[in-house]
Design a protein around this ligand. Sequence first.
Ligand code: GAR
Length: 190
Amino acid sequence: MTTKKKIILFASGSGSNAENIITYFAKNKEVTFPCILSNKEDAYVKVRAKKLGVPFKYFTKEEWKGGEILQFLKNEKADLIVLAGFLLKVPEDMIKAFPNKIINIHPSLLPKHGGKGMYGMHVHEAVVEAKERESGISIHYVNENLDEGAIIFQAKCEVKPTDTPEDVAHNVHELEYQYFPQIIESLLEK
Ligand code: GAR
């Protein structure tokens, strides 16, 4: 990688993926994280951001839909926008302004168990309920339809008949920690 790359992270909850990504790139001076943005003022990711020394920026739904966050991303000249456990739908003007620059991670093998209401534990509960024998992660470009953008990468894990949604969540998180930073790195090199 020859030029510096800016990654803007979005997270709505715990932020363990955001932390794992920042830690992965900690020694790489070519990759910077100007801030972690969140639509939840008191999300645990705020605590992680403080620990990591990365500014945390909370925004309202009005700022999200009204163009302020889009303007912020343009001002920052973000090279990659990474949704790491982020739960709001991305406005169309943002998708148009950053073609193939916004990626999301979803905790199932899309197109299975995606779409509205399908996030976090809800996904793993649906997987167990459907008696799936495998689950996994999908990293994809964000388009105007929730969880329907082109798939960049998927990885699978086994789901045993005795597995609880918590077991599935654990195994899926392990895949996320292993692969998400690597996929981000490969996209920055393109
Ligand atoms: C992750 O498992 C991520 O795949 C999922 O939320 C979790 C966030 O965990 N994202 C979605 O469900 C998006 N539809 P984290 O806050 O600890 O990184």
